[in-house]
Write a protein that binds this ligand. Structure first.
Ligand code: XUL
Length: 526
């Protein structure tokens, strides 16, 4: 029997599965299910429920559960050897939270395979919808928590990050303040990742150190719930949170629901899941400290591994626990691919190849034109009133705007990642936009660094599959080394290396100053 491991990734817009064969050292199956397309009855747009307040972004925990049923059904139809899967792990969009009443534990323990998950879960939610990472409606609560913890620097030193609107603690505080009755009825709070793990295991699952750090509730150094942070957030919160545990650690055998319905092996183990970024660190093979990756996805993220915990005193960056041990640093820019798409649509550009060709018609630095693409409220820098800002840029000039949106994004990344103090030798690029050579060249030039593409379209799901393997091998008494485990799965694409153009890099060194001034001016106007 092969040693197969399954990784799931419940992201903003889709649920993905990756199956690896550990001995053959390869991915044997990949599948994605787009929420808007596959489950249109939830009426989501890019995975988000419509809401009149543009700062409020919620999704549906039932949608995520239904997607899980659908994906297992698809795997069965596609002939995946589900009986040979030894362990499962998962990752989820970070920060999003699910609220259960006291019935959940019993319901999870007796999931009925004759019914769908959605039918099983009827009546277990204390809150119908789930706030997700795109939500920026909790500025007041962030202020309250930050003040109680002693300011930005102290909050970051305690929990790994300043209080952020999308982080789970401020979201829980808002829920407590605005719906006390429902908060009082909440018996358990899960993250998207621990929700998926709970459904797989048939019991309330722990939260891991990676995703747990995205809550403003975990002591980043001791990796336990932070008493003062909990007290600053909402009453009786400790009773509603599960224990913390390392990602990949076994929770128990998978629920009989999955065995009877889809043919999983009854001995298969459900393991602790993590956030999509921590999982991607594994999926991209960023095991050694000092390695950096840029993911150009729904959000653009800049992240890397670090051995010792060093927090950002200015409060823009985050420190999370890394599933490979140690820590990872991360900066998240909300206006990623959706902003690029908006510009592409605005100028009627057919596809990304055409977008790249259009951009290439202009020169690096764009003659000093700057665009700040805050189509949505932005996380870094913190912008709560969306708006697009152009400086020395003609709105009618399609080519200049195509370059300006991506240059603006990359300059912002360079400016706001300086606190990490890492001078990477090379940067790994991943995510949809990394397939575009013109964009990759801009990235290399702005960062003045070699860039290599890692073609793992599903780096988070692959990371989750590797986590499942690591956890399973560890439980079997082996001592798997991360570097050996990921080897072969996460090679950069041959011939994908892009070298920075030294002249262009100099242009960006100079432009950075102007960019900072434009950003300051735009923020002042907010
Ligand atoms: C990270 C963040 C996003 C989500 C996307 O802090 O908010 O990258 O994890 O799924």
């Amino acid at each position: 029997m092969a040693r197969l491991f399954l990784g799931l990734d419940s992201s903003t817009q889709s649920l993905s599965a990756v199956v690896i064969d550990l001995d053959a050292r390869r991915v044997v199956y990949e599948k994605s299910l787009n929420f808007d397309k596959a489950l249109p009855h939830y009426k989501t747009q890019n995975g988000v429920l419509p809401h009149r307040d543009p700062l409020v972004k919620h999704s549906s925990p039932l949608l995520w559960a239904e997607a899980l049923d659908r994906l297992f059904a698809a795997m069965k139809t596609d002939g995946v050897a589900l009986g040979e899967i030894r362990a499962i792990s998962g990752s989820g969009q970070q920060h999003g939270s699910v609220y259960f009443n006291a019935r959940i534990a019993t319901v999870l323990a007796h999931l009925n395979p004759k019914k769908s998950l959605v039918q099983n879960l009827r009546g277990v939610f204390a809150r119908k919808t789930s706030p997700i990472w795109m939500d920026s409606s909790t500025a007041a609560e962030c202020g309250e928590i930050r003040a109680k913890l002693g300011g930005i620097k102290a909050t970051a030193a305690a929990t790994g990050s300043d209080a952020f609107e999308r982080f789970t603690g401020p979201q829980i505080r808002k829920f407590y303040k605005t719906d006390r009755a429902a908060y009082a009825k909440t018996a358990h709070i899960a993250l998207v990742s621990s929700y998926i793990a709970s459904l797989l295991a048939g019991k309330i699952a722990p939260i891991d150190f990676g995703d747990g750090a995205g809550m403003n509730l975990m002591d980043i150094r001791k990796k336990v719930w932070h008493r003062d942070a909990l007290a600053a957030t909402a009453p009786k919160l400790a009773d509603k949170l599960p224990p913390l545990a390392p990602a990949g650690q076994g929770i128990g055998r998978v629920s009989a629901y999955w065995v009877e319905k889809y043919g999983l092996n009854p001995a298969a183990v459900a393991t602790v899941c993590t956030g999509d970024n921590p999982a991607s660190v594994i999926g991209l093979g960023l095991i050694k400290a000092g390695q950096v990756a840029i993911s150009l996805g729904t959000s653009d993220t800049f992240f890397g591994s670090m051995q010792k915990c060093r927090t950002d005193a200015r409060g823009e960056g985050h420190v999370f626990g890394s599933p490979a041990g140690g820590y990872l640093t991360l900066i998240c820019f909300k206006n990623g691919s959706l902003a690029r798409e908006r510009v592409r649509e605005l100028y009627g550009v057919k596809d990304w190849a055409a977008f790249g060709r259009l951009l290439a018609k202009t020169k690096p630095g764009n003659g000093g034109a700057i665009l700040l693409p805050w189509f949505e409220a932005e996380i870094v820098p913190r912008v709560n009133r969306p708006g697009v800002h152009r400086f020395d840029l003609d709105e009618r000039d399609a080519a200049a705007n195509a370059r300006a949106v991506f240059e603006g994004q990359m300059l912002s990344m360079r400016r706001h990642s300086a606190w990490m103090g890492v001078a990477p030798e090379r940067i790994f690029a991943t995510g949809g936009a990394s397939n575009n050579p013109a964009l990759l060249q801009v990235l290399a030039n702005v960062m003045n660094c070699r860039v290599l593409r890692i073609e793992v379209s599903k780096s988070a799901a692959l990371g989750a599959a590797l986590l499942a393997a690591h956890g399973w091998l560890t439980a079997a008494g082996e001592k798997p080394e991360w570097e050996q485990l990921v080897a072969g799965f996460t090679k950069p694409v041959a011939g994908s290396e892009v070298k920075p153009d030294k002249r262009a890099a100099k242009v960006y060194d100079r432009l950075l100053e102007k960019f900072a001034a434009c950003e300051k001016a735009a923020l002042k106007g907010k």
